[in-house]
Design a protein around this ligand. Structure first.
Ligand SMILES: [Zn+2]
Length: 342
């Protein structure tokens, strides 16, 4: 019965969830064996907020990730072990990661997170799609997760609201899964950091540079990793998704938000009849991140893994699919990418 409920919930979660063994692995190299051992030793990091702390409760446990910490760790280990990302030449300053249900996108998400294993930094700036459309910081002191609490850099959040460029809108965070769904991987591959949770909506269009400047001022002098939480196309067929997303990701490599926004608008218009409603639900979050990261020295954008809901379900053994069938006719796309500096 539980399995049936999970499957029903998961069916809603291959996209944004609005209301929602790597195949072909060859023999392992010495490096892969070492990485597998390191993955086995990972733990979920969190702190205890205390009774009086302001806490943002979880909203995405049903289907986005397993709420039971043991089951969660098993899934994280499985996907991280299978991921085999190409190591970039330079420093990783930011990543792009999807935010759908784990069966649909963790095969892809694990690629960027695997490169962050053991990384030490002060802040993780999470720039997520705002599925409500409202751009907002979160003013809670902690994100509560099933295994512990994740501290928010409240000093940075205060500086952002004080700048007048950001505000706190409670409704933008109450049911928003875009930040929360990054925390299982983040707290598994790293520890001892604070997050800056920001959701960026369509109302940020045209203000990307101004928002990036406010973020740069508020995080000056800190060692920051940016996580852009976004999915790609909704909901064309598999072949259209592949073609449209390859063209879009190629354009992101220019790190020119004018070109990125133009490509998004053009691709949606040209492929609307094939079901393309958007090319990246977090387009504005991505553009703010590009401006922020260029100012922090990002020179390259690399795609580590690119797949869609059809391919990722198909890659799972049948018994691990919770009854979900790989569907080629209507997909959501996902990419795991890195922004790299010198
Ligand atoms: Zn989304």
């Amino acid at each position: 019965m539980r399995q049936v409920c999970v499957a029903v919930a998961l069916l809603l979660l291959f996209g944004c969830g609005q209301s929602g063994k790597e195949p072909g692995q060859s023999a392992k190299t010495g490096q892969q064996k070492k990485q597998s051992k390191d993955v086995k030793e990972l733990k979920l990091w969190g702190v205890s907020a205390g009774l009086d702390a302001s806490v943002r409760p979880p909203c995405a446990t049903a289907g986005f990730y397993p709420p039971d910490p043991k089951a969660l760790k098993d899934e994280l280990r499985k996907y991280l072990t299978a991921a085999n990302p190409q190591k970039p030449d330079g420093t990783i300053l930011g990543i792009v990661s999807p935010h759908a249900g784990f069966l649909f996108c963790w095969r892809t998400a694990a690629y960027a997170y695997k490169l962050l294993m053991g990384k030490k930094l002060d802040l993780v700036l999470i720039l997520s799609t705002a599925h409500t459309g409202i751009t907002s910081v979160c003013d809670a002191a902690f994100y509560r997760m099933p295994w512990g609490d994740v501290p928010v850099a409240t000093d940075v959040v205060k500086a952002l609201t004080k700048s007048g460029k950001f505000r706190y809108a409670p409704t933008a965070h109450e049911r928003e899964h875009g930040v929360e769904t990054q925390l299982p991987f983040l707290c598994f591959v790293m520890s001892d950091f604070k997050i800056v949770p920001v959701v960026v909506g369509a109302n940020a269009n045209g203000k990307e540079k101004t928002l990036a400047e406010a973020l740069l001022n508020a995080t000056k002098g800190k060692n920051v990793l940016v996580v852009v939480s976004t999915d790609l196309t909704h909901y064309p067929d598999h072949e259209t998704a592949k073609r449209v997303e390859e063209e879009f990701l190629e354009c992101v490599k220019t790190l020119d938000i004018g070109k990125i926004k133009e490509a998004s608008a053009r691709l949606v218009k040209k492929n609307a009849e094939r079901g393309v409603e958007c090319v990246a639900c977090g387009l504005e979050a991505l553009c703010v991140a590009v401006e922020y990261l260029k100012a922090r020295g990002a020179k390259k954008f690399l795609v580590l893994h690119h797949a869609d809901s059809y391919e990722n379900i198909k890659a799972l053994p049948s018994k691990e699919r919770y009854g979900i069938k790989p569907d080629k006719s209507r997909v959501v796309g996902y990419a795991s990418c890195v922004f790299v500096g010198d």
